[in-house]
Design a protein around this ligand. Structure first.
Ligand code: TUI
Length: 316
């Protein structure tokens, strides 16, 4: 059994959200996660509004369950994407890479649940005041755009700071991670990297292979000093970022080097010159499986994890 307040709030069976990964979290992946009882999330990433609309329509054909959309706030199309999400009455919106404050009133007005991803206690507190429904506290173990606090340190501090359900993200890929998140006070988890290695994920097979091959130290954070720290697999691109850093290049140079590189990796399988965004937990991801099997395995293993813990800390 895995049930928390978040299940009622989001009308889902399990409090497991899928990360809204740009280019990777397509309609196929989102629908599969929703069909398996979690909350699938389409990653709007850098999509223009019309592309997102097509993705939403596709997902609506693949599932009757609720699914969400992740809005990447650094996208130049944020305003268009917001309109699409509102017109399509998407029930849950997660946001990343910025402060969604200005968009919250309109989303709330139509009853959309707003769940921002934060990497700090300060932003969690600010967003609670603006009326968000829950908070995703994402540690720097995650792939992609990251903050600088680990999941282990961030989640309990956000839990203590706000009076909202907190969803833990970053470094969670199996039942042990899920139980750990609940031990830290979370009411749910967001899983990204594990779902990249799924049958339904439409990412290029070389991207998935790279995830399977990755070890715990295979990723690095690039662009730390450019203002956009991003965790990717170490490769030619990450070394080019290192070189820019050594030269003390300005932030625009980092942005120029990064442009189009996630698409190249995810869609064309260019895992050497492309941006293979993946979390540190990829070292533990060793098989590509259907989403339903990934979910079932997590749920099935939960009692083993909790009973092992009871054996150590006792029941009373
Ligand atoms: O957003 C993510 N992960 C992402 S977004 C993305 S797309 C991208 N592509 C190229 C370069 C950069 C991004 C890939 N991965 N996770 C959620 C997240 N949000 N992590 C950290 C944050 C965050 C960071 C700072 C949220 C807010 C923030 O500050 C906002 C403020 O104004 O205080």
């Amino acid at each position: 059994m895995l049930r928390s307040k978040l299940c009622q709030l989001l009308e889902i069976e399990y409090p497991i959200l899928q990360g809204g990964m740009a280019w990777v979290a397509t309609a196929e992946l989102a629908a599969a996660v929703s069909n398996a009882g979690g909350l699938g999330v389409i990653g709007a990433g850098h999509m223009p509004g019309d592309a997102l609309l097509r993705e939403i329509r596709k997902a609506k054909n693949l599932t009757n369950k609720p699914f969400g959309v992740n809005i990447m706030l650094m996208s130049p199309f944020v305003k268009d994407v917001m309109e699409v999400v509102i017109n399509e009455r998407i029930p849950v919106v997660t946001t990343g890479a910025g402060n969604p404050g200005e968009y919250i009133p309109r989303l709330k007005e139509i009853g959309t649940k707003v769940i921002p991803v934060v990497a700090s206690v300060a932003l969690a507190k600010r967003l609670e005041r603006v009326g968000v429904d829950a908070i995703i506290a994402e540690g720097m173990e995650s792939g992609g755009h990251v903050g600088d606090v680990t999941t282990m340190a961030l989640v309990p501090q956000v839990v203590d700071a706000v009076n909202l359900p907190v969803i833990a993200a970053g470094g969670i890929a199996d039942a042990r991670g899920v139980v750990a998140a609940f031990a830290l006070g979370a009411e749910g988890v967001q899983i990204g990297s594990r779902f990249v290695a799924s049958t339904e994920c439409t990412a290029h097979y070389r991207y998935k292979e790279a995830v399977l091959k990755a070890k715990e130290r295979s990723t690095v954070i690039t662009g730390r000093f450019s203002g956009h720290p991003v965790r990717i697999l170490a490769n030619k691109l990450s070394r080019a970022f290192d070189e820019l850093e050594r030269q003390g290049a300005p932030p625009e140079e980092f942005d120029r080097l990064g442009a189009g590189k996630l698409r190249a990796a995810v869609c064309e399988g260019d895992i050497e010159n492309g941006s293979v965004m993946i979390g540190q937990i990829a070292g533990m991801v060793n098989s590509v499986k259907p989403v339903a099997e990934i979910m079932e395995e997590i749920i099935r293993e939960l009692p083993n994890v909790t009973s092992r813990i009871s054996g150590i800390v006792g029941d009373s």
